[in-house]
Design a protein around this ligand. Structure first.
Ligand code: SF4
Length: 415
């Protein structure tokens, strides 16, 4: 048996219980197909069992070993003994099916993370529109402490495991599937009523049996993705693999606050992920004020790393720019921003700030945002202004988690 697959002592650095280290099984969704094949070979299981298992994990999104009915009981028992099959527990959900939906997940150790599903994404990262984009988290909390962000307010707790990154996609799809089935059964009930004006049952059936709900991923949720590099890349490979998520690498966007060395590392990855830079300031003066990471990797270093990335990848970069009133929304910023964007052949996404409770920053007036956009366009830059969704549902990264944790602290749940 390949070493390290069976039982690892505390691989996520979870606290010890009663003075003893917690024994944690490696989760099955942290493993590649090759690793599973090696494991099955050691067990003497036939090779065709691996695709069967993968089908249960990624196509059918099975939530338990028992559900995997075409695997022999003995194999299921071996799997259960050797690996965990962790499912994210939905702690809270905000939004309605036709708008941005925010999911707050409770992890096995009780920590919370967020994912946001954005239906009919308006081609923000160069992909086709009318897609379901899922924004996923990569860490619990964040160490980078951007001044405007809720995710970093309580600091960094830990990196997410590969399976916890992958599971966000599957867990959202499980919830959507349940919603679709409920809607379908409601429609079928209505269709049974005399003189009902609902679509024919055949159409309802078709609508309910759609395949992958998520077809775009943006790694822009809680945490700095490139600070959890190895887990992130492995998770995205699993989500991309035809035996896994089957989501194209060009439909996956990794966003970083500006970790220059990791940007260069990403450049030599064979996968064609998209790269977005959370810029939020076009001069060191502005970035230093709101993004401590800029003191470590100032703009000239970040831009050099982006140029190296482009030389290797030949791919367009997106610059994210959250507009914050009185901080980075003056027209003076548009000139250096335009020159950076042109130097990097980058597109600029302007995002009006989402208010975070407890932080002093506010969103600029709509006219200010429009003027900023117009000035960039006048300078020959391709830019979009997000007439943003989700402002009413704590959609800025980390807000729902923070709110829930604070509520739990002031009124803990029984037990
Ligand atoms: S913006 Fe990103 S990098 Fe900055 S604190 Fe928030 S999660 Fe961390």
């Amino acid at each position: 048996m390949p070493r390290g697959f069976r039982q690892q002592i505390n691989p996520l650095g979870l606290p010890a219980r009663n003075g003893y280290p917690v024994r944690v099984l490696t989760d099955i969704k942290s493993l590649s197909r090759e690793e599973l094949e090696a494991q099955f070979k050691v067990w003497g299981e036939p090779a065709y069992r691996v695709p069967q298992l993968l089908d249960w994990l990624y196509a059918r999104r099975a939530a338990s070993w028992e559900a995997m009915s075409n695997l022999p009981k003995t194999l299921r028992a071996k799997l259960a003994e050797s690996f965990s099959l962790q499912i994210l527990e939905l702690a809270r959900k905000q939004g309605s099916p036709d708008t941005t939906q925010k999911y707050l997940w409770k992890l096995a150790d009780g920590a919370f993370i967020e994912s946001v599903l954005i239906p009919a994404n308006p081609a923000l990262y160069g992909e086709a529109s009318d897609r379901h984009t899922l924004c996923i988290s990569t860490q619990v909390g964040c160490a980078y402490g951007c001044r405007f962000c809720a995710s970093g307010l309580d600091g960094w707790k830990r990196n997410l495991g590969v399976h916890e990154i992958v599971e966000q996609v599957l867990a959202v799809e499980r919830v959507c599937e349940k919603q679709m089935l409920e809607a379908r059964s409601l429609m079928l009930d209505k269709a049974a009523e005399p003189d009902a004006e609902v679509p024919p049952a055949s159409r309802i059936q078709h609508q309910a049996s759609s395949d992958r709900v998520v077809n775009n991923i943006v790694v822009m949720g809680m945490g700095e993705p490139l600070a959890n590099y190895d887990h992130l890349i492995k998770a995205l490979k699993i989500l991309n693999a035809p035996w896994g998520g089957g989501i194209g690498a060009r439909r996956m966007t990794i966003s970083t606050s500006g970790l220059a060395p990791q940007i260069r590392k990403l450049a030599v990855e064979p996968m064609q992920f998209r790269l977005a830079i959370s810029l939020h300031g076009a001069t060191d003066e502005v970035r230093n004020r709101i993004m401590p990471v800029n003191k470590k990797y100032p703009l000239h270093e970040l831009v050099n790393a982006c140029e190296d990335y482009q030389r290797v990848k030949g791919r367009m970069i997106t610059l994210e720019y959250i507009l914050i009133a009185g901080i980075n929304d003056s027209l003076e910023q548009t000139r250096p921003l335009a020159s950076l964007a042109k130097r990097l052949y980058a597109k600029v996404n302007l995002i009006p700030y989402n208010k975070v409770e407890g932080l002093p920053w506010v969103r600029p007036a709509d006219e200010v945002c429009e003027r900023f956009l117009a000035a960039l366009e006048k300078n020959g830059v391709t830019a979009t202004l997000r007439r943003e969704k989700g402002g009413d549902i704590d959609a800025a990264c980390g807000q729902l988690r923070l709110k829930t944790e604070r509520e739990l602290k002031s009124a803990p749940l029984p037990g």
